[in-house]
Unconditional design. Structure first.
Ligand code: CP
Length: 306
């Protein structure tokens, strides 16, 4: 059964069947990553461009590895060192890259909607690798896959997304994906970082982190995005850490064996203490490993559509 779209722009509106297909396909690819020779010929002859207009460590390397594991030709574009510094527009850049005959574009951009715009001007399959504060679909897919692997299901689970909800593309993609898969999603953070209309998405809002720990099976703890001026939404980093930071004392006090995810990069000592970031409740590097399998699945499902 193929995916029902030529692109992966976000998880809003993606059907349960498509999400299930991506998660199940990722599971078949996950085993390849543990082989001595981690390569299959599935996308041989396909050319994939990684178009990163914003910084990235995990997503960029994960996509590039996934492309190489599937034997595609991977081309990396970074703004620094490109003709963007000479004033070339986003449209001209992509039209020139497309003219070199490419099949797929992975795009990260600070502007929400940049991936959708690419679908209007370019014939390649487009995958959103994070667009502004809008969506980061492959991050949410790898989060869902990791939770499903650890807890055996998504249906009926209680998942709380903690922190800077207002600036987070990870939060929105998680809300859409998890709800479609039957999880009950809540958010927790300072009131200044919770969008006013978030309840319209069917999400419960919790303002007390101890309550969030007690009431949930999973906490997906987000990074405070200081590069998007998130530090202006609370009095100080120390105060944020005091009221919303996850520490061992807080976990012990609530006596709850909650599963902790974080998309990375971590602000150690802010949203997670270092003990928690390296502790037994968290699955942060497990998420990173699974991310390669998720991206292989998405590349495979889109790359073999046509
Ligand atoms: N989680 C995530 O998107 O990390 P990067 O910004 O390093 O890609």
């Amino acid at each position: 059964m193929p995916l029902s779209s030529n692109h992966l722009l976000g998880l809003q509106g993606v059907s349960k069947e498509d999400l299930q297909l991506i998660l199940d396909t990722a599971h078949t690819f996950r085993e390849i990553l543990d082989r001595p020779i981690k390569k299959v010929p599935t996308l041989q002859g396909k050319t994939i461009v990684n178009l990163f207009y914003e910084s990235s460590t995990r997503t960029r390397i994960s996509f590039e590895l996934a492309e190489k594991r599937l034997s595609a030709d991977a081309i990396n574009f970074a703004v620094s060192g490109s003709s963007v510094s000479k004033g070339e527009t986003f449209k001209d850049t992509i039209k020139n890259i497309e003219a070199m005959k490419i099949d797929m574009v992975i795009v990260r951009h600070s502007a929400a909607g940049a991936p959708v715009y690419l679908t209007k001007i370019c014939d390649a399959n487009i995958i959103n690798a994070g667009d502004g504060t809008h969506e980061h679909p492959t991050q949410a897919l790898l989060d869902m896959y990791s939770i499903r692997q650890k807890l055996g299901k998504l249906e009926g689970l209680k998942v709380c997304i903690v922190g800077d909800i207002a600036h987070s593309r990870v939060a929105l993609s998680n809300i859409f994906g998890l709800q479609t898969m039957g999880a009950k999603v809540s958010v927790c953070g300072p009131s200044t970082m919770i969008p006013k209309n978030i309840k319209d998405l069917g999400v419960e809002v919790i303002y007390n982190i101890d309550e969030a720990i007690q009431d949930n099976d999973v906490l997906n703890v987000l990074r405070i995005q200081l590069e998007r001026n998130a530090g202006e939404y609370f009095p100080s980093i120390r105060e944020y850490a005091k009221y919303f930071g996850i520490t061992n004392e807080r976990l012990d006090k609530n006596g709850k064996d909650v599963l902790i995810l974080h998309p990375g990069p971590i602000n150690r000592g802010v949203e997670l203490s270092s003990e928690v970031a390296d502790g037994s409740n968290q699955i942060i590097l497990y998420q990173v490993t699974n991310g390669v399998a998720i991206r292989m699945a998405v590349l495979y499902l889109l790359g073999t559509l046509n």
